[in-house]
Design a protein around this ligand. Structure first.
Ligand code: FUB
Length: 447
């Protein structure tokens, strides 16, 4: 999605972007949906669905992945899995979740069985970032319902929950790719899932998108509730199979998307709630964007009401500019896109005059003396302005980017840097002539 550089000035007039922090939604260059965060090592890996540009119905063909060590700067990764992974599936790359076990990663997703009904497939990979392969060669579950969530209890038993309009669970064998026994339908009682008004066919608030986990001895089932628009509610229980007790509203229906979808994790001492809305330009129920909020559980374990914000969480740990940073690591961007890079991973592309990338909370320490970046250009190239604080903040350096003879012909350029010390928000502001793309960037590093 090529968002015009003019849209921030339009949005600047809106109060929701007027604060110093405006890092929601997390991804600005494509539409993302159905967040599924996974804490692994010292990072949060955020798996999402992907709404195609200009979609007017669900048009979802692959899944996307982003990761962060500080909850504000997100590295974009190559797509970990797509519909093509499941040769038996035709469409609807919908809401999934990844879990780690047996030194592997398992990605449970709903897709439509070719010519048939919705089913749940499972991808497997040796690496959290994928690529994921079809673990079975066919559906793990097929009952026309969607939105798998997966959880491994303290005793090692894994559970898969899913469903819309019903709610189901099954135990997974230790191989994570077969069921232990059959599927059980959860009885949707108003004690367990609250009362829905005005829909005699669905008298509880449960709609879809369950997210199961355990925290401090309490089992949580968070889900998209009511319809439409959906809000987010939750239930708690004494075991992974309930019985469930309705807990209340977490996030009200708001934000220009008629669906929402929860994903919750604890990371570096904080609690985080991921969801989606239609906050990007062109946003709607079919062109959604994933966002995040930090929150604190109440002392009894209940979850407070969490409003959608454009600020998002505070940063947990600063970014080190003295190690190689992928250019596709950012808190915010305007105008750029990402693509598969011949050197591996992704590179930033479709850079035009005035586009920029914001990297938040960069710890320059005593000071930086120079900047290096790996760049490529089939056309004229341009300049990378290094600015502090804002897109027109203090200029600490300017790097010239030559034509390198190809969009994947990489050269390292360097430039000197002055007045960069302590913790700063870094803006890479791209300059050049004309309307053609200027250059690509793979990575950068200060010294
Ligand atoms: O993204 C497609 C579907 O919309 C998901 O599977 C649901 O949870 C809803 O978000």
């Amino acid at each position: 999605m090529k968002i015009s550089t003019s849209w921030p000035s339009l949005l600047a007039t809106m109060t929701w972007l007027s604060g110093a922090r405006a890092d929601n939604p997390i991804v600005q260059d494509i539409y993302t949906a159905d967040p599924a965060p996974l804490v692994y090592g010292d990072r949060v890996y955020l798996f999402t669905g992907h709404d195609e540009d200009n979609a007017t119905t669900y048009d979802m063909r692959d899944w996307r992945l982003f990761s962060s060590a500080d909850m504000v700067n997100w590295q974009h990764h190559a797509s970990p899995m797509s519909l093509a992974t499941f040769t038996w599936a035709s469409d609807r790359a919908w809401a999934g979740q990844v879990i780690a076990r047996n030194d592997k990663f398992y990605y449970y997703v709903p897709v439509r069985h070719s010519g048939g009904r919705m089913a749940i497939g499972v991808g497997v990979s040796d690496s959290v970032t994928g690529p994921y392969e079809d673990a079975i060669g066919g559906p793990l579950v097929e009952n026309g319902e969607i939105d798998p969530t997966v959880f491994i209890d303290d005793d090692g038993q894994a559970y898969l929950y899913w469903g819309n309009p019903n709610l189901w669970y099954a135990k997974l064998n230790e191989d994570m790719i077969s069921l232990s026994g059959g599927a059980t339908q959860v009885e949707l009682t108003t004690e367990g899932f609250g009362t829905r008004e005005g829909n005699p066919d669905r008298n509880t608030t449960f709609e879809e998108g369950p997210w199961i986990y355990k925290r401090n001895g309490i089992y949580y089932l968070v889900y998209a509730a009511n319809c439409c628009a959906e809000d987010i509610r939750y239930s708690t229980g004494p075991s992974a199979t309930g019985p469930w007790t309705y807990g209340g509203l977490i996030m009200a229906a708001e934000g220009a998307s008629f669906t929402n979808h929860p994903g919750l994790v604890d990371f570096k001492g904080g609690s985080y709630f991921f969801y989606h809305n239609g906050a990007l330009p062109g946003g709607s129920g079919f062109t959604r964007s994933v966002a995040e909020e930090s929150f604190a559980y109440n002392t009894d374990g209940s979850i407070p009401l969490i409003p959608m914000t454009t600020g998002g969480p505070s940063q947990v740990g600063y970014l080190d500019p003295y190690v190689r940073q992928e250019a596709e690591t950012m808190a915010w961007s305007v105008g750029i896109e990402t693509e598969d890079c011949s050197e591996g991973g992704l590179n930033v592309c479709w850079i035009n005059e005035g586009d920029y990338i914001k990297v938040k909370g960069v710890d320059f320490g005593a000071g930086a003396a120079s900047y290096a970046a790996s760049v490529a250009s089939a056309l004229a190239g341009g300049e990378i302005e290094l600015r502090i604080g804002s897109i027109d903040g203090t200029l600490i350096g300017t790097c010239s980017v030559p034509s390198t003879g190809g969009w994947q012909s990489w050269e390292t350029v360097t430039c000197s840097v002055e007045d960069a010390a302590e913790v700063q928000d870094l803006f890479l502001v791209f300059r050049g002539n004309g309307s053609d793309p200027l250059f690509n960037i793979d990575w950068w590093q200060f010294s």
